[in-house]
Design a protein around this ligand. Structure first.
Ligand code: FES
Ligand code: FE2
Length: 355
């Protein structure tokens, strides 16, 4: 089975939202993969997600109220719990018994890990199917930080289809042009690079190596030492970069999530065990923002050309990771469609580029 040109992967965990944005007793509406979703956090701290459409007359449930346990629809007051079960229909009089099970709303599997709320976007959202099997995969997790939440988060919206944001994120040849700045890359600072890549869970990993273009930012983060780095990518659009200098570890997780066909959210999340780094956050935040906005700017400009639907090119080896992304995305799609296990098509290989 061949997928269409632009498609969203299903039956996989997506980044939903940062846990800190959802307080106890509150709900928050968000569109993911074009689907309206209502996230809520019960008074006991548990997070849930429901389809944000009342099964009675279609009004968003987010227009209603939440008492920390149940959502009450704003139109006729039907009530739903976090699993999507209808618990009350106020218009019924005594003796009018309806089987409330028939009036539930679709719910989504959610997990909160290391400060992030992940949501499993299955391909079975149209039927309310409470017997849906647990997914075989777990949501992504960064190593070495246990259950600790992140220390840094920055969110940016890119006005493009998800693939362009993912490909931009893993593109090794754009840095000297897009991220040209005194604190990151100076003009003409080009180097030939050779990196070993190995297949890894639902993706591939650039094996651990010493950083060879030591920008002022890396120098600062390494505390004078040249850090080592390892970067992994996994579907649907998760990049985890670990930076180590001695005992110091700084890990960032970047999650690229499609909100719709034309809008993609990028969450840049960081964890570290370097005590002094926390004090620098107010200083570093503008740089992180500027960096992400450099990527956003090219995506905005790219959209001007993409409107004309030009054929696009991927060259070796600079764009090999982008090729791999499309290969693993298509393989995942086929594996789901054929009801079989994902077989990683990536083979161990050294990629070379100038960047
Ligand atoms: S539309 Fe929600 S209760 Fe009627
Ligand atoms: Fe970039």
């Amino acid at each position: 089975m061949t997928p269409q040109k632009d498609f969203f992967l299903r039956n996989i965990w997506y980044y939903g939202l940062p846990g800190s944005r959802l307080k106890r007793g509150k709900m928050l509406a968000k569109t993911l993969l074009g689907e309206p979703i209502l996230f809520g956090r019960r008074q006991d701290g548990e997070v849930f997600a429901l389809r944000d459409i009342c099964p009675h007359r279609g009004i968003p449930l987010s227009c209603g109220r939440f008492d920390g346990k149940e959502v009450e629809c704003s139109y006729h007051g039907w009530r739903f719990d976090g699993e999507g079960n209808c618990t009350e229909i106020p218009a019924l009089v005594e003796g009018q018994t309806l089987d409330l099970k028939r009036f539930g709303v679709n719910s989504y599997l959610v997990r909160e890990i290391q400060g992030n709320i992940w949501i499993y976007m299955s391909d079975r959202q149209t039927d309310r199917d409470l017997t849906m099997p647990e997914p075989e995969m777990d949501p992504p997790r960064v190593a070495e930080f246990g259950d600790r939440p992140y220390q840094f988060l920055e969110t940016v919206h890119f006005p493009c289809f998800v693939d362009h944001a993912v490909v931009g994120l893993m593109d090794p040849a754009h840095s000297p042009f897009v991220h040209r700045a005194w604190w990151w890359r100076s003009e003409g600072n080009f180097q030939e690079q050779a990196r070993l890549f190995v297949p890894s869970l639902y993706g591939f990993t650039m094996a651990r190596h010493k950083i060879d273009i030591v920008t002022p930012m890396y120098r600062l983060l390494g505390g004078g030492r040249v850090p080592e780095t390892e970067i992994s990518f996994q579907l649907p659009g998760i990049r985890i970069e670990e930076l180590r200098a001695g005992e110091s570890i700084i890990t960032n997780l970047t999650a690229v999530t499609p909100l719709s066909e034309t809008e993609t959210e990028v969450n840049f999340i960081a964890y570290w065990n370097v005590p002094w780094l926390g004090a620098l956050v107010p200083l570093l935040r503008p740089f992180a923002k500027a960096f992400l906005h450099q990527d956003r700017r090219v995506v905005v400009q790219q959209q001007i050309g993409l409107k004309h639907n030009p054929p696009l090119m991927l060259i070796n080896d600079a764009d090999t990771q982008a090729k791999w992304y499309y290969q693993i995305k298509n393989e995942f799609f086929r594996a789901v469609a054929e009801g079989r296990k994902f077989e990683n098509p990536i083979k161990e290989r050294v990629l070379k580029w100038r960047g």
